[in-house]
Write a protein of this length. Structure first.
Length: 279
C-alpha cells in the first residue's frame, strides 16, 4: 500500500504542482505562511437568527476553494443565488477546470443545512470530515487522492434516472444515503430540477442525515459497527486499504475535516448553506 500523507491545506495545494523534493520543500514553507495569514475561522461569516453561520453569501465563492488547490475550478460558479457546477458529462472530475469544491474551514461537531438540486440523471455528493490526502510515490512526488478516500458521503442523485440508484445494496446509493453503506429511509427525494433540503449532524461520532424534513440515516463513527460497515463496502480493507485506513479513523487525530461538494460530471446546484458548530 502506498504511504498516505495528510498535510496542511495550503501546503498540499502548492505541492500538487511540484515535481521535485526541493520544489516541494520551498512550496510547503511558502504555503504554510499563506495559510497562517489567511485563516480567520467562522467568525468572519454572518450569523442568522437561529445561530447558524451563513457560509455562502449567494453572490460569490468567498471562503471556498478547490479540493487540493488554493483556487476555485472554473466550472464552479454562482447562478441565481446558488453555487452551480457545470458538468462536462464525462464522469468524476474529468477536465482540468473541474474538481471537487470544499469550504475552507475544518469543522468538528456541527450541524450543516443546505438545499440542492440536480439535472436529469445527475450525480453528486456532500462530503464531511474530509482530509486532503496525498499518496507518496517512490520518487518522492505526491499524488492527490480523491476526496471520498477520507470522507463519508451524503449521496446527491437523481434517483429516477441515474443507474447508481439501482446499484449497491437495498438502495444505499440513493439520495441522502451514506453512500454504499446505509440507505436513506424513508426515501423522500424530490425529482430532478426541484430543490431538496439536506441536513447533516455530526456530534461526537453520532451522524444523522436529514432529507426534506425527515431524519433518514443515523450511524456512529469510530465504533466496531462503523468498521464492520466499511468492511462490507467498496472501501473495505481488502478492496481499498488506503481508503479503509482513512475512513476507519475518519476526521484524523482531531476528528475534524472539510465539507465538500462533488464534481461527478453532472450539473448540480447548492444554496442556503449554513452551519452551526456544536463544540
Amino acid at each position: 500500500m502506498k504511504k498516505i500523507v495528510i498535510l496542511a491545506a495550503g501546503v498540499i495545494a502548492m505541492m500538487a504542482s511540484c515535481t521535485s523534493k526541493n520544489a516541494n520543500s520551498n512550496a510547503a514553507a511558502e504555503a504554510a505562511d499563506s495559510v497562517a495569514a489567511e485563516a480567520t475561522g467562522l467568525a468572519q461569516y454572518p450569523v442568522d437568527e437561529e445561530g447558524y453561520y451563513v457560509i455562502f453569501n449567494g453572490k460569490d465563492l468567498n471562503g471556498w476553494r478547490g479540493y487540493g488547490r488554493d483556487t476555485i475550478p472554473s466550472r464552479w460558479t454562482v447562478e441565481d443565488g446558488a453555487i452551480k457546477f457545470t458538468g462536462a458529462g464525462g464522469g468524476e472530475a474529468q477536465p482540468a477546470d473541474g474538481g471537487d469544491l470544499i469550504f475552507g474551514e475544518k469543522l468538528k461537531n456541527f450541524e450543516l443545512e443546505l438545499e440542492w438540486k440536480v439535472s436529469k440523471g445527475g450525480n453528486s455528493g456532500i462530503f464531511y470530515l474530509a482530509q486532503e490526502a496525498y499518496s507518496e510515490n517512490e520518487d518522492g512526488t505526491k499524488t492527490l487522492e480523491p476526496i471520498y478516500i477520507s470522507a463519508p458521503e451524503y449521496q446527491v442523485l437523481d434517483n429516477a434516472n441515474h443507474p447508481d440508484a439501482k446499484l449497491g445494496v437495498d438502495g444505499n446509493r440513493m439520495s441522502a444515503s451514506l453512500y454504499d453503506m446505509i440507505p436513506a429511509k424513508p426515501q423522500n427525494q424530490k425529482p430532478y430540477g426541484e430543490w431538496n433540503k439536506a441536513k447533516i449532524l455530526v456530534y461526537k461520532g453520532t451522524v444523522v442525515h436529514g432529507q426534506n424534513g425527515e431524519n433518514v440515516v443515523e450511524y456512529h463513527l469510530w465504533t466496531p459497527q462503523w468498521t464492520e460497515m466499511l468492511q462490507k463496502s467498496k472501501f473495505s480493507e481488502e478492496k481499498w486499504p488506503a481508503a479503509f485506513a482513512l475512513l476507519n479513523n475518519c476526521g484524523g487525530e482531531n476528528h475534524e475535516g472539510y465539507i465538500g461538494f462533488q464534481d461527478h460530471g453532472d450539473d448540480v446546484w447548492f444554496r442556503n448553506i449554513r452551519v452551526k458548530p456544536l463544540d
